[in-house]
Write a protein of this length. Structure first.
Length: 240
């Protein structure tokens, strides 16, 4: 797990369990860097992400504080603007494993070419993967990625964290995601691998994910059982 994600998770946990109270002044960045045995820059990145989640806020010349709505917001598992992978998001407190259902390299179809901005002879990874959390089926992923943008993916990567591989091995930074969230009836894969019943609702997350430089690198659809997936949205009136 990336160090800044580890710090985010720990601060989020402390807010949730009341270790950091509403309105409390957080330790300064140098103190946190010492505690987590890392650099101040890494702490800054973690705090910036928590500010974006609306859990904390920074006051110039004073420091960083826990927001009034933070304890409520910290209860939720999956924000609509979350684009880290399952391993990074849940891995600190849960056992994460993957079962590879399909993995091959092929030419993309017309829709995949358009979504991923591919040229005629570009190849894609075609991945179907079951994500398992604490020995229970958590999500089923259908993923397409351009081979020339994300080289070197193999089964050893798929059994761990693809996003961790992109960040740490390829040293590429994930920038943003365009995401559509919907609900549907389960398909055959959902019934077989997620143990969904025929009429159970399934949460679908369709997305195109971009690197920091704006290049699309993932076109995917993830299925969550109704009792394992939830989406939360924080709506602020500050910009109205």
């Amino acid at each position: 797990m990336l160090k800044y994600v580890e710090i985010e998770n720990e601060i989020r946990k402390r807010i949730k369990n009341g270790y950091y109270a509403i309105g409390e002044h957080l330790p300064d960045q140098n103190q946190m860097a010492k505690e987590f045995k890392t650099t101040r820059v890494t702490v800054q990145k973690a705090l910036k992400n928590l500010i974006n989640e609306d859990l904390i806020y920074s006051q110039r010349g004073s420091g960083t504080y826990v927001k009034a709505n933070a304890k409520y917001a910290s209860k939720f598992d999956f924000g609509v603007d979350q684009y880290v992978g399952t391993t990074q998001f849940l891995g600190r407190n849960h056992k994460i494993t993957s079962k590879i259902i399909k993995f091959k390299i092929r030419y993309p179809n017309a829709d995949e070419k358009e979504r991923l901005n591919l040229k005629k002879n570009d190849l894609v990874y075609d991945i179907k993967r079951l994500r398992i959390v604490d020995d229970e089926p958590y999500a089923f992923e259908y993923t397409k990625m351009p081979v020339n943008i994300i080289p070197g993916i193999d089964e050893s990567v798929l059994k761990k964290s693809i996003y961790g591989y992109i960040n740490q091995t390829l040293n590429k930074k994930i920038g943003a995601a365009y995401r559509i969230i919907s609900a549907n009836k389960p398909n055959q894969d959902d019934q077989k691998y997620l143990e969904c019943k025929k009429d159970d609702p399934v949460l679908l997350v369709n997305q195109v994910v971009f690197l920091k430089d704006g290049i699309p690198f993932e076109y995917s659809e993830t299925h969550h059982p109704y009792n394992k997936g939830k989406i939360t949205v924080y709506v602020s009136g500050n910009n109205r």
